[in-house]
Design a protein around this ligand. Structure first.
Ligand code: FE2
Ligand code: FE2
Length: 129
């Protein structure tokens, strides 16, 4: 399996919801498009987009997402660069968005979220308990 296939398996292992899977695919497509524009690594940017919410269905609270996901990604050998970018998509994580890939992930997440009619995933990043 290539990296994309491995990441898809991870996403679908944790995410049964069709709308969340579609959100992941939309953010992946957006990331790939912007990687081409910005001269970024399309595979890397795409993986980050595909996986940024993979833990959300199982761990939706702001105490868990994306922290749990980040631990799981570490166990499965995903790079610090990927994990840091995913952490940075949550406003409350305290991880600043520094690289073009991190800034683009945030923008693509907003964009893909805004296309969803009910309960856009972006809202979970605003909510604090
Ligand atoms: Fe998220
Ligand atoms: Fe998202």
């Amino acid at each position: 399996m290539n990296q994309r296939e491995t990441a898809w398996c991870l996403l679908t292992e944790f995410t049964q919801s069709e709308s969340l899977r579609k959100h992941a695919l939309a953010v992946e497509a957006c990331m790939r498009a912007y990687a081409r524009k910005a001269g970024g690594d399309e595979e890397l940017w795409g993986l980050v987009g595909l996986l940024h919410d993979f833990d959300y269905e199982k761990y939706p609270s702001a105490d868990d997402h994306p922290y749990k996901g980040s631990e799981i990604l570490k166990e499965r050998g995903y790079s610090e660069e990927i994990r840091r970018a995913i952490m940075s998509h949550a406003q409350y994580s305290g991880v600043a968005r520094l690289s073009p890939m991190e800034k683009t992930l945030f923008a693509c997440d907003e964009l893909a979220g805004s296309l969803r009619p009910q309960r856009p995933p972006r809202r979970h990043h605003r909510r604090r308990r």
